[in-house]
Design a protein around this ligand. Structure first.
Ligand code: ZN
Length: 288
């Protein structure tokens, strides 16, 4: 089987808070209960670039950003539980001895609040994302922002200057091994360490990334599915979930690719951002 990445990295999966939501919306056959959805993010240790982040999870500013009308509807739909020590910035300091100002790169899978709430904690970071993801939320406020799952106050004021907007095609796109359901991938740093593909549908221009660690190959698929059971058992979300999707047909295409990827490379670990198999933070359910 041909390798996807030329350069190995180390990946640590962490969570920064969680929200609760009825399980049946997120997966066909799910229970009526409210379940916890941890807000996962990845710390990537790159041999030359140091520590990079893939998303940030929640941060305490989420509560302010979601306080006004109509944004508080977001909080009502997905009650959030978060403690300051769970922020990406706090955990980087605790677990890696890294101050937030030392982080130079944050990869943004998409612009939903539970993925970008921590961006403003990283004043020196460049933000890597697909241009299509950024264009889908740029300048949005009020209802149009809310419909895109976007809380404008979470964005760093200088985001546009610090963004590395990746086009959907071009020189950095390389052919991927034939057995993969993605024909090409965007080599983010030109060294084959982090290879991005488009998994749109849940959100426009959503990015998933392939990496290889000592333990094997990984695919961080963001919110293309909400749990690993979804691609293992081919169980898509309930149609009710489509109200938050950018495109139902793109969602189906991305979902099918994940199922295919799992069938073709069962040892490649596909990690959805909110999958409970990768840890639910303990927390008091009181500040939602
Ligand atoms: Zn999302």
């Amino acid at each position: 089987m041909k390798a996807i990445n030329r350069r190995p990295v180390t990946v640590t999966w962490l969570t920064a808070g969680y929200c609760t939501h009825p399980e049946w919306v997120t997966i066909r056959g799910g229970s009526r209960r409210n379940v916890r959805f941890p807000a996962g993010f990845a710390v990537i240790e790159h041999p030359e670039r140091g520590i990079l982040l893939f998303d940030t999870g929640y941060a305490s500013r989420f509560f302010d950003a979601a306080a006004g009308w109509p944004y508080w509807i977001y909080r009502e739909m997905t009650p959030v539980f978060f403690e300051e020590r769970q922020s990406a910035a706090s955990q980087l300091l605790d677990k890696f001895g890294k101050r937030a100002e030392e982080i130079r790169t944050v990869i943004v899978s998409h612009f939903h609040a539970d993925h970008i709430a921590g961006l403003r904690d990283f004043p020196e970071a460049a933000f890597y994302c697909f241009r299509s993801a950024y264009e889908a939320i740029r300048g949005k406020r009020g209802w149009s922002a809310l419909r895109a799952g976007f809380l404008p106050d979470l964005m760093p004021s200088d985001f546009a200057e610090r963004a590395v907007l990746l086009e959907g095609s071009g020189d950095s796109w390389q052919p991927l091994p034939d057995d993969l359901p993605f024909s090409t991938g965007c080599d983010l740093f030109g060294d084959g360490s982090v290879v991005a593909v488009d998994v749109s549908g849940h959100a426009a221009g959503q990015m998933g990334v392939f990496m290889t660690t000592e333990e094997g190959e990984l695919f961080l698929c963001a919110d293309a599915v909400w749990s690993s059971r979804a691609y293992r058992e081919r169980r898509p979300p309930h149609p009710a979930a489509s109200i938050i999707m950018s495109s139902r047909s793109d969602y189906r295409t991305s979902f099918e690719k994940l199922c295919q990827l799992h069938e073709d490379r069962p040892n490649l670990r596909i990690m959805p951002s909110h999958c409970r198999e990768y840890g639910v933070p303990a927390g008091k359910e009181e500040n939602g």
